[in-house]
Design a protein around this ligand. Structure first.
Ligand code: ADP
Ligand code: AMP
Length: 213
């Protein structure tokens, strides 16, 4: 099963992608997590990606596409995967489709987690992330057991640099300009499914499971 998560930054793509990955035993692949791991490890890729991420801009397609194609070619992806934060532009989607078509394969579903902009800013200011293992919390909706500490790996939680209000506004603009056109792209391919992302995360997940079966 190959699934793409679509939706604005903060819509809950990562939250749902992790739940899907657990239930269906497929890897959760987040290009944002891959970039953040590179930033944490001080790699050249991380340094370059950070200059875009901190401004709320997209990392250029040339960098992003290669990372994603290398990742999905790995052994653990052979029975499927859930992509979170990729594709974010039409050219990225086209490259992915081409690579899959060459293998006689395709994406099964693109799930749009729909949350209006007004809800997003509040969600992002409450988001806390673990840069070590990729877990995500929310100070009100999904608090960790011990304040500021990751339940899964014990690392300190942080407010992501790009979750500050000004940057979130930029990211929303970038989303509407460059990523939202993917909704039409996948509608035309008859694989787009939209779920209401404003409700409780378990209810969102139930509606995704109803789609995936
Ligand atoms: P994305 O991956 O789309 O950027 P996240 O999954 O990181 O979004 O979610 C953004 C924030 O909103 C996180 O702090 C998360 O815990 C919280 N969140 C996710 N889904 C819901 C929901 N259905 N209701 C309330 N808060 C949510
Ligand atoms: P995310 O963790 O998905 O919210 O991504 C955080 C940031 O990483 C984005 O704001 C972009 O700067 C960058 N990024 C992640 N995925 C992509 C992608 N597919 N294309 C371009 N930039 C990306």
């Amino acid at each position: 099963m190959k699934i793409i998560m679509l939706g604005a930054p903060g819509a809950g793509k990562g939250t749902q992608a992790k739940m899907i990955a657990d239930k269906y035993s497929v890897p959760h692949i987040s290009t944002g997590d891959i970039f953040r791991a590179n930033i944490k490890n001080g790699t050249e890729l991380g340094k370059e990606a950070k200059t875009y991420m901190d401004k709320g801009l997209l990392v250029p397609d040339e960098l992003t596409v290669k990372i994603l194609l290398d990742r999905v070619a790995q052994e653990d992806c052979k029975n499927g995967y859930v992509l979170d934060g990729f594709p974010r532009t039409i050219p990225q989607a086209e490259v992915l489709d081409k690579a899959l078509t060459e293998l006689g394969d395709k994406i099964d579903f693109a799930i749009d987690v729909d949350v209006p902009d007004a809800n997003i800013i509040k969600r992002m200011s409450g988001r806390r992330a673990c840069l070590a293992c990729g877990a995500t919390y929310h100070i009100e909706h999904v608090p960790p057991k011990a304040e500021g500490i990751c339940d899964r790996c014990g690392e300190a939680l942080v407010l992501r640099d790009d979750d500050k209000e000004e940057t979130v506004k930029n990211r929303l603009n970038v989303y509407h300009e460059q990523t939202q056109p993917l909704i039409e792209y996948y509608t035309a391919k008859n694989i787009l499914k939209t779920v209401d992302g404003t409700v409780d995360m378990q209810v969102v997940f139930d509606s995704i499971v109803a789609i995936l079966g």
